[in-house]
Design a protein around this ligand. Structure first.
Ligand code: AMP
Length: 402
């Protein structure tokens, strides 16, 4: 099935046309600076050079129209007709409590997504713009929403509840949601495939370590617990986000230092993490370089990052009960950061995680990087959220036709 995968941001649209039959990308691209006269349309057809065009793209409908035109372009196109597109799969950030899986987008589900806007004010409205544009341009093609939160809908109540006074959950919906679900779902599925295990019998801790970071306990293909929560700031420190901080410390900043809630919010989302500790940058490569050159706070940032990731791998393993088959690393740092993987795994021998330093030099490729006799396999699995969205979209469309 040919599926157009769309990830619409407020000023950008990432797209891929995928053939689910062979999991191949037919073409892909990115529109940036939507709303401006000098927007950029990047396009790449498999096996051909990339193109980059600067032109006015004032809204998402114009952007998606350009994408559709490119797909059927006589030279750089990949389709004879737009009728070949079976469906569009849209990445949607927040499905709240009521959307627990990928869904066909209709008036009712779009209303539910809109209701989640207060939970993801920057993302959900932008995601919806992409859906509305597709509905306007290709009204006969089904649209499917695939949610960052949905994979975590299987978490048991004791994992998603905070121990705040109960009415804050009941009346105000304060709970853990979790994010990066499509990435965790994909690497857990792929990890089972690589090891030749039935997904229903495969238990792993998935470590999505990128500019954003979350780790998840996946038991038989189901999320049991995850490090991100109501928002996208807790757990392991990230590029600029703090990870866990005692809320009492944040209250202290407000009550004793007179900071506003907005200033505290900026601090924990934009001024902390690798950047805040090192005083340098949010980029892991630069932090590693600086640490190697003797920069003390860059070294401290690495230590804090590795300690938190290691601590959460061990903690999440408790949600897998009797058996951990694998620890899987993915996203920019997880896929490429051999050194940081080594730092993280170093203290995990007690739970049967034994890294093979020679195998662990791999970057950006699927690999098993543990020793042959390591009871828990350590794996690198490059994430592929677009493929997961395409596969989910295909499944939903097939089910809707049955
Ligand atoms: P992402 O958000 O998944 O694109 O990941 C971005 C992060 O991956 C940044 O902190 C990069 O520095 C990091 N990254 C990319 N390549 C490497 C590498 N070779 N070693 C360590 N970190 C890397």
């Amino acid at each position: 099935m040919k599926i157009l995968v769309l990830n619409s941001g407020s000023s950008s649209i990432k797209f891929q046309l995928m053939d689910t039959a062979d999991r191949k990308v037919l073409c892909k691209g990115l529109i940036e600076r939507i709303g401006l006269a000098d927007a950029i349309f990047n396009y790449e057809k498999a096996g051909c050079p990339k193109t980059r065009e600067v032109r006015p793209i004032l809204d998402h409908t114009t952007g998606i129209k350009l994408i559709l035109d490119a797909l059927v372009h006589p030279e750089c196109g990949v389709l004879a007709s737009l009728d070949e597109i079976a469906a569009a799969g849209h990445r949607i950030v927040h499905g709240g409590e009521r959307i627990k899986q990928s869904v066909l987008l209709c008036d009712e589900t779009l209303r539910l997504i809109d209701e989640c806007t207060p939970l993801a004010p920057l993302h959900n409205p932008a995601n919806l713009m992409g859906v509305h544009a597709m509905q306007a341009l290709l009204p006969t093609i089904p649209n499917v929403g695939v949610f960052d939160t949905a994979f975590h809908a299987t978490m048991p109540r004791y994992a998603y509840m905070y121990a705040l006074e109960y009415s804050y959950y009941e009346k105000h919906g304060i709970r853990r949601f979790g994010f990066h679900g499509t990435s965790h779902q994909y690497v857990a599925m792929r990890g089972a495939e690589i090891l030749g295990k039935p997904p229903a019998e495969f238990n792993c801790v998935t470590c999505h370590l990128g500019n954003g970071v979350s780790l998840t306990a996946v038991k038989g293909g189901r999320s049991m617990d995850t490090t991100l929560g109501f928002g996208t700031v807790c757990g392991v420190p990230m590029g600029t986000r703090s990870g866990d901080v005692d809320p009492a410390a944040l209250m202290h900043l407000i009550d004793e230092l007179g900071m506003t809630s907005r200033q505290v919010c900026d601090l924990i989302y934009k001024g902390s993490g690798l950047k805040g500790i090192s005083g340098l940058t949010n980029d892991m490569r630069d932090i590693e370089q600086a640490a190697a050159a003797g920069h003390e706070r860059a070294e401290l940032a690495l230590e804090i990052f590795a300690h938190a990731a290691r601590k959460y791998i061990a903690a999440l393993a408790t949600s897998l009960e009797d058996r951990v088959d694998a620890v899987i690393f993915t996203a920019g740092i997880g896929e490429n950061g051999a050194e940081i993987r080594e730092r993280i795994c170093k203290g995990l021998g007690f739970m049967g995680v034994h890294l093979d330093p020679a195998r662990n030099t791999v970057r950006g490729k699927e690999a098993i990087v543990s020793t042959d006799d390591s009871p828990v396999k350590v794996m690198v699995v490059p994430t592929n959220e677009e493929l997961m969205i395409a596969l989910d979209t295909e499944a939903i469309v097939k089910a809707s036709r049955a």
